[in-house]
Design a protein around this ligand. Structure first.
Ligand code: HEC
Length: 261
């Protein structure tokens, strides 16, 4: 059987150009992934788990105050730690029904444990436009008025990709990537690589793509499939890149066999 390396130079160069273009496309898809997903959590500068996972599975960005309290803030900054019952009162307030959040913020029946009171007592010394605490002031995040508090007390739902767009994306990717991968496997078969390696790459590529795309849909039901998307997507992209490198290498190294034609 003819191998890639037996083909005339012009054909080898042409195929090499196409393989390099595919590699460029692979890099562009990583870059697009970043641009597309990174802003989903409100911060476009980095790509986080929530950025990607929230496209497939319904997720929430927790309220910044909850994140701060959960990590032990402000005890790390001050010798006057937040008493445990006050921390719990604030967390219970944040965990309650979202539509009544600001009513419960100023629920007078809670007296000393009213969230507005606790925040006024424990937070405003640093979190104010003119902080009294000069050691660890944070004037950029004032917590003096209810509306200032509200901004950081709300957890936000991130909407998953609408089904209509997921269907369009599945139709485009399932058709294009499977055909692209069929060609990659065919080209691998024409290289001088050992057949075991080619078989391994074919199995991994085929099933990783299937698992990846199927999980785009399954992840709407269960977050476990977000992990499958990460794993299978990584395997698919990694092995596609390796396969293309192997094919490019094979095209560049001329055959040592005498030409048959
Ligand atoms: C001793 C001063 C001090 C006290 C008291 C304090 N903070 Fe802070 N807080 C800071 C500083 C400084 C930062 C920024 C650095 C950091 O995140 O640790 C911060 C950060 C935060 C953030 C994170 C903002 C972000 O950018 O994500 C939140 C939310 C917050 N504080 C809420 C509170 C609440 C609620 C209280 C009261 C229970 C409180 N803080 C008490 C000084 C303080």
């Amino acid at each position: 059987m003819k191998r890639l390396s037996d083909l005339p130079l012009g054909v080898r160069l042409g195929v090499l150009g196409l393989v390099l273009t595919l590699m460029g496309g692979l890099c562009a898809s990583w870059y697009y992934l970043f641009l597309h997903y990174a802003p989903r959590d409100g911060n476009p500068d980095d790509l986080t788990y929530v950025d990607v996972a929230s496209a497939y599975h319904k997720m929430q960005i927790p309220a910044p105050i909850r994140v701060a309290l959960d990590r032990g803030h402000p005890d790390e900054l001050t010798g006057d730690p937040l008493p445990a019952d006050e921390r719990e009162a604030l967390l219970a307030w944040l965990a309650g029904e979202p539509s009544t959040l600001m009513q419960r913020f100023e629920d007078e029946t809670l007296e000393e444990m009213m969230p507005a009171e606790i925040i006024f007592r424990r937070c405003v010394s640093c979190h104010d436009t003119q902080p009294r605490n000069t050691e660890h002031p944070y004037p950029d995040l004032p917590l003096y008025t209810p509306s200032e508090v509200q901004k950081v007390a709300i957890s936000r739902d991130i909407e998953t990709t609408p089904v209509r767009i997921l269907a369009a994306s599945t139709h485009a990717h399932a058709l294009a990537l499977s055909v692209q991968t069929l060609l990659i496997v065919a080209l691998l078969l024409l290289t001088r690589l050992p057949r075991v390696l080619v078989s391994l790459a074919a199995v991994l590529l085929g099933f990783a793509l299937l698992a990846d795309i199927a999980s785009w849909w399954l992840a709407r039901q269960s977050e476990i499939f977000v992990m499958v998307i990460f794993g299978a997507g990584g395997v698919f992209n990694g092995f596609s890149a390796l396969a293309l490198l192997a094919i490019a290498g094979d095209l560049l190294v001329p055959s040592r066999r005498p030409r048959e034609d």
